[in-house]
Design a protein around this ligand. Structure first.
Ligand code: SF4
Ligand code: SF4
Length: 360
């Protein structure tokens, strides 16, 4: 069963392939099935004839939900709507491909797509208790890029703030929403997470991972779920600290380029805070052709968990584009992007907060 909105979008996309050139998955694999048009056509036929979902299940999960198609759609359609709904139907019908099922199992067991246990007690030792500022680092950061979390906490410390770290085992449901769609079980988990975060009594929640920030800032309010504190992205918060003169920055020389995380740029409409941080460090910035809202997704952590071979190609082509700007450093502001991107011998990949921590 698909909603009216999903069916309307499918009907628009099945006759159109105007956005095929911007789909980073389609470009990486060269498979037409990876663009929105083929997915829409399959789902249309499935509605008419039924029983096709099993055959197209793999294609429906080979999408990073990056919204590049929607950002380039002249008529305002958003394929992610029917892709998420189709995934919810696949999960309800027991038709999820095996390798995706393994990731969902890991998520249900541990609260993250890696199936790793996060030792929050060890992290708490690095934080203060009962602070006005709560940091939601997210599973990708704590598991894949812990050094960047430490750099972020160190920056807050230098700015005179004692931050406490939210329990990442309380999932924002960003991954669950991507894999299972908008279903009751996902909303229940979100409600639990919001209530645990609110119980800290902090005034501000700083969110390091843009995928989590989209949930707290957009999806939770749309679902009527309330986090009782102001929610801000890590980049906008740090840009504010710089404006308030809270960080003593030694200006650097050098040439960098910046990879806009797709959920930060497109979903949250935030592109300038990171550029402000880069300018404050003194670096010269060269833009990639696909930047700001036209940024190209490097795969995300959910797709990387079940289709690493696709994400490797997506990230490699993004690093190549970065190297072509002539920059020495590719700056990222998302733990998931940092974990995916590898500049090899061509360009160094650096997390924006680690870079800033080094020069404060
Ligand atoms: S999202 Fe827009 S441009 Fe892309 S296939 Fe659908 S209708 Fe066409
Ligand atoms: S959301 Fe991104 S990956 Fe998915 S079909 Fe659209 S452009 Fe391709």
């Amino acid at each position: 069963m698909l909603t009216y909105e999903a069916k309307k979008t499918i009907n628009a996309c099945r006759f159109c392939w105007m956005c095929r050139h911007v789909c980073p998955v389609g470009v990486a694999t060269g498979k037409e099935n990876n663009g929105p048009r083929a997915k829409a056509m399959f789902l249309y036929l499935n509605e008419k004839k039924g029983n096709l979902e099993g055959e197209i299940a793999q294609d429906l999960y080979e999408c990073a939900l990056c919204n590049a198609c929607a950002a380039n759609c002249e008529t305002g359609y958003e394929p992610a709507i029917y892709i998420r709904e189709a995934r919810a139907n696949l999960a309800a019908g027991g038709l999820v491909p095996e390798k995706v099922e393994r990731v969902i199992d890991a998520l249900e067991r541990t609260g993250n797509v890696y199936g790793a246990n996060i030792d929050m007690q060890a992290w708490e030792k690095e934080c203060k208790k009962d602070c006005g500022v709560l940091v939601y680092a997210g599973a990708a950061a704590l598991i894949k890029t812990p050094e960047n979390v430490r750099a972020f906490l160190s920056l807050l410390n230098k700015a005179g703030l004692n931050a406490s770290l939210a329990n990442a085992n309380c999932s924002s449901v960003a991954a669950e929403y991507d894999l299972l769609g908008d279903v009751a079980e996902v909303r229940e988990k979100a409600t639990k997470c919001a209530s645990e975060l609110s119980s800290h009594g902090a005034e501000k929640l700083i969110v390091l991972d843009p995928s989590d920030a989209v949930m707290f800032k957009q999806k939770y309010p749309a679902w009527g779920i309330r986090v009782d504190m102001e929610v801000v992205t890590a980049t906008s918060f740090v840009a504010g600290l710089i404006d308030a003169g809270k960080l003593n920055i030694r200006r650097q020389s050098g040439h960098v380029t910046y990879h806009d995380p797709c959920r930060l740029a497109r979903d949250l409409d935030e592109t300038e805070a990171a550029r402000h941080i880069i300018a404050a460090m003194g670096y010269e910035l060269s833009e990639m052709l696909e930047s700001r809202k036209l940024t190209r997704c490097c795969g995300g952590q959910v797709l990387a968990a079940h289709a690493p071979e696709i994400v490797e190609k997506m990230a490699a082509s993004r690093a190549e584009e970065a190297a072509r700007t002539g920059a020495e450093i590719l700056v990222t502001a998302c733990p998931g992007c940092f974990a995916n991107l590898d500049g090899g011998e061509y360009i160094e990949v650096a997390d924006i907060f680690s870079l800033l921590d080094r020069c404060t």
